[in-house]
Design a binder for this molecule. Sequence first.
Ligand code: FES
Ligand code: FES
Length: 168
Amino acid sequence: MPMIINGREAAVPSDARVSLLDFVREHLELYGTKKGCNQGACGACTVLVDGERVLSCLALAVQYEGREVTTIEGIGSRGALHPLQQAFIDHDGFQCGYCTPGQICSALGMVEELRRGVPSYVTEDLTAADVGFGHDELRERMSGNLCRCGAYNGIVAAITDVYAGRGA
Ligand code: FES
Ligand code: FES
């Protein structure tokens, strides 16, 4: 069964050792997803699988047969940016931009987690249906996405601008 990547079918690789990250970059030539540490520590390779964020360097492509994968190329388009992409520009949420595709995919996945009431390490009420979009929640949930340029203030401002006050 093929994988669906950004709305298009793609046959999964026959080599079961190929990571999802190498599959999208080297096989499909979708270079937006970045390889940073290649060991699950930086978040640069974050993509969405059926709306949930996944570190693609730690995932094998064959695991995702029949699943819907979204990379940064599937979010917004030239001339019609996703509101979060525009907010990253407006708030200087990047410098070199290497971490940015992962930051944006991660933030979109994070917003869905909040919508579903998934608790984090800092959530006080683990039974709350509405976790809320707070200062600590945002920073904790985005803490897996490193930015070596230190654009954190802009990243937080961009995400807050788009999602705070909208019930996430
Ligand atoms: S490249 Fe996957 S977490 Fe760093
Ligand atoms: S903008 Fe350079 S690493 Fe984040």
